[in-house]
Design a protein around this ligand. Sequence first.
Ligand code: AMP
Ligand code: ZN
Length: 463
Amino acid sequence: MTTIKLHNTKTRQKEVFEPLDPDNVRMYVCGPTVYDRAHLGNARPVIVFDVLFRLLRHVYGPEHVTYVRNFTDVDDKINARAIENVGEGGDVNAEIARITEMTTQWFLDDMGALGALEPTQMPRATQYIGQMVAMIEKLIADGHAYEAEGHVLFSVESYATYGALSGRSVDDMIAGSRVEVAPYKRNPMDFVLWKPSSDDLPGWDSPWGRGRPGWHIECSAMSYELLGESFDIHGGGNDLMFPHHENEIAQSCCAHPEGGFAQVWMHNEMLQVEGKKMSKSLGNFFTVHDLLEQGYPGEVIRFVFLSTHYRKPMDWTEAKAREAEKTLRKWYAQAAQGVGTGEPYKPVINLLADDLNSAGAIAECHQLSLADDVSMLRHTLQFLGLMGDDVPAWASAPKADLSEFEVQLFEARKTAMKTKDFSEVDRLKSAFVEAGVEVRMSKERVELVPGPGFDPAKLEGVV
Ligand code: AMP
Ligand code: ZN
């Protein structure tokens, strides 16, 4: 059996992965809060842990792996969005139901387009309120949580190893984060397990009055219900390490001290835009849907993600996408001649088994392509989620021939040099750019390079 090694955030080391039960390998990954389109950064953990899911299924057998990824469908950001949409006096609860349902489907569609398999289970937080209340009651009974002014707070001082995952002391954490100071907190680091809800917001009856759960308790309750008090892998972006994952550990380990909660913690690095994390709050984001709409095939986006190791920051660039598309077109042309589905290339499995070296796996595919091993290339692309049963339609369509337009633009430029009137050149240039074509122009020649988002329809009647 293939030995898998994974980098464990908890020990800061690459370790040999030994599942608690090889007949049921269990993984939990924090899923999205559903109130908007997923941005490209949100796709990173989805793709990273999809690769791991595929690898685990390959090694242990598909029926021996349980992958849980939740939907957070109760959250202040959702409430705020609903209130924004319907205004004062509107039906906020109906709007919340509409938003969460719609954006959940969007998420599934977008991630499906990126070749991500559906996890075994996708629990919605609102369906596990009873389990959350039970866990909070247990934490109170055992002295790890207290009620204050309709809130229930987790007492950080009650858990001696709080902060161990990120390796920070409580003082560091207070200094480095914006902890919400509230008069009812015994310690500023204490965090909310339950809070009161006004009548117009989602709320559930509880021993502490009508209210709703805090974010962290959701993952603890759902993972306990679906995977048990200890399981193998817990994943998410490294922006969640503190406070979210520290808080999950504190809650789960205090509520179920006999279990070890997650054995291996894995965190993907961030997708960046000019050196900064892509995020909704910074406003420097674009959505997966935007890219798909612009014509970037999901396989191209996935390929770009796989080309960088998950523990390294990565940038999305147009140049990377163009290169990925070129490579995939070449590979698909070869893979189309391969037969059926079958076992992926063993060296690719070995690279992925080495802490998900997906960049190395892509390099191995280049080798298969050079060797013209068309069937092995086909099976390996299928395994990596870069190809389904067949070559995707976009790749089998012939690449646009723009040579006629290159001549047209070259002639227009020559004329403009004489007349000093560049308006026609500018008009043509912007029409090409608008249609998703890169224009390279020099004295000697004009080159038109269609990008992945090229839409020939946009050129009709314009040039
Ligand atoms: P959120 O909806 O913000 O809780 O994020 C959902 C998931 O996306 C979490 O696992 C985050 O860690 C991850 N995530 C958010 N922004 C980025 C980013 N820029 N790069 C990679 N992962 C991200
Ligand atoms: Zn979580």
